[in-house]
Write a protein that binds this ligand. Structure first.
Ligand SMILES: [Zn+2]
Length: 419
């Protein structure tokens, strides 16, 4: 329509003005808007993906390399460190990411880049959200238009667009792997440097604090047999902060082993009933979350309608000569900026709503995993980290003539499971 055309001309002039300032800024702006649209910009597709033949800005799963990515996440879930995973991949003869690229292109590796995996390449893959379907770009940049050295940019400058392509890794696997990153450093068993069996996995039921590994000094026996844990907040802040929640490692192992074996038994004997129960619980949690998101969405729609009216009004005022052109442009810019921001937010929420629907696959994955553990006799760190997300430990309390305590075990993929 005539009016809309005129508005577009005004907007276009403003944009041209901005872009004309200098070429460097212009290229930057174009690049940024490409990032914001979720299009892939880069020489090589990340390992596990290939650029689509129809559109080189779109990523597709590469059936050749995607299994390598899944293998790496799996090795991590089993509790292996970055370096250990790299060594394993090299032992298996898996080519490093760049080598895969040259192989696919049928080229020689020109700069003689190393064909081997190392801890950094492994870590980079395990932290790349591209594998759960999100595009994160603008991670590096040049120092200035004179200096072309590539530097890493701070995280707040990264541009992330969610759900731009098919994920290789499930959200649950991703979450479990990211949680592992937070575990080890805090919970070493002192001088030896090895990680305590339950390091990073225990939470205080009363104050939410993590637990600290402690030696049981109440006994003079060999220290290695007397490992224990206590609430970190109590350990550093004393009785006023929390109570000790002291728990012996052996006691904890026996509780956890029993729980795993019970769940495994149930998964084998009455898989469908257990699945129904977990899904029912997941859905009620999801329904609550979905309601919040829906309310947010309707508020956004309301504001978007208002903005469209405001834009129309500003533009009518200009046509009728009620406001000068410069004021009109200012208003249009302001409204348009808010409209763009709201539209992006809307896209975000809609995507979240889609993923919040119950994930049957993750429950199946858990059942497949847990059912192998009916005969589990010994608990080691890889098994523990593979199966368990966290364990909440309550304080002891008196019941008639004996003491009791609550221990809630949260599993990876499914959380707390009641039998
Ligand atoms: Zn506590």
């Amino acid at each position: 329509m005539h009016k809309n055309n005129e508005m577009l001309v005004i907007l276009k002039n403003v944009m041209n003005d901005l872009y004309a300032r200098d070429t460097s800024n212009k290229i930057k702006a174009v690049k940024q808007s490409t990032f914001k649209s979720g299009k892939y910009v880069g020489c090589y597709a990340p390992l596990g993906y290939k650029k689509s033949a129809d559109d080189k800005h779109v990523l597709e799963i590469d059936p050749v390399t995607a299994p390598v990515v899944r293998h790496i996440f799996d090795l991590r879930l089993q509790g292996n460190g970055f370096r250990k995973i790299a060594i394993q991949l090299n032992t298996e003869g898996v080519p490093a990411p760049r080598t895969f690229y040259y192989m696919a292109e049928g080229k020689e590796n020109p700069r003689g880049e190393t064909p081997y995996w190392n801890d950094v390449t492994v870590k980079t893959i395990l932290r790349n959200e591209v594998y759960i379907g999100h595009m994160v770009q603008n991670k590096t940049g040049t120092v200035s238009y004179k200096n072309h050295k590539q530097v890493s940019k701070p995280k707040e400058d990264w541009i992330k667009v969610e759900n731009t392509h098919e994920p290789i890794i499930s959200q649950e696997t991703w979450d479990a792997v990211q949680r592992m990153d937070n575990h080890p450093s805090r919970s070493r068993t002192g001088k030896s440097g090895t990680i305590a069996l339950f390091g990073g996995l225990l939470r205080c039921m009363d104050c939410g604090s993590s637990f600290r590994f402690v030696r049981d000094y109440r006994t003079k026996r060999k220290a290695s047999e007397y490992r224990a844990y206590a609430c970190n907040r109590f350990m550093s802040g004393g009785k006023i902060a929390c109570s000790s929640h002291y728990i012996n490692e052996k006691a904890l192992v026996s509780v956890v082993l029993t729980d795993i074996r019970n769940k495994a038994f149930f998964a084998q004997q009455s898989r469908e009933a257990l699945k129904e129960r977990i899904l029912a619980k997941k859905e009620s949690v999801n329904a609550e979350r979905a309601n919040t998101l829906k309310a947010e969405l309707s508020a956004l729609d309301k504001r978007l309608a208002e903005l469209e009216k405001l834009i129309q009004a500003a533009y009518e005022d200009k046509v009728m000569g009620r406001i000068p052109e410069s004021v009109c442009i200012q208003l249009l810019n302001k409204y348009e900026a808010e409209r763009t921001e709201k539209l992006e937010h809307k896209k975000d929420i809609s995507a979240k709503l889609a993923t919040s629907r119950a994930n049957e696959q993750s429950v199946d994955d858990w059942l497949d995993m847990i059912q192998d553990y009916t005969q589990l006799e010994e608990l080691d760190r890889p098994t523990l980290v593979r199966l368990i997300q966290k364990i909440e430990v309550g304080e002891k309390y008196q019941v008639n003539d004996h003491m009791e305590r609550d221990i809630n075990i949260y599993y990876n993929f499914v959380g707390f499971v009641e039998l």
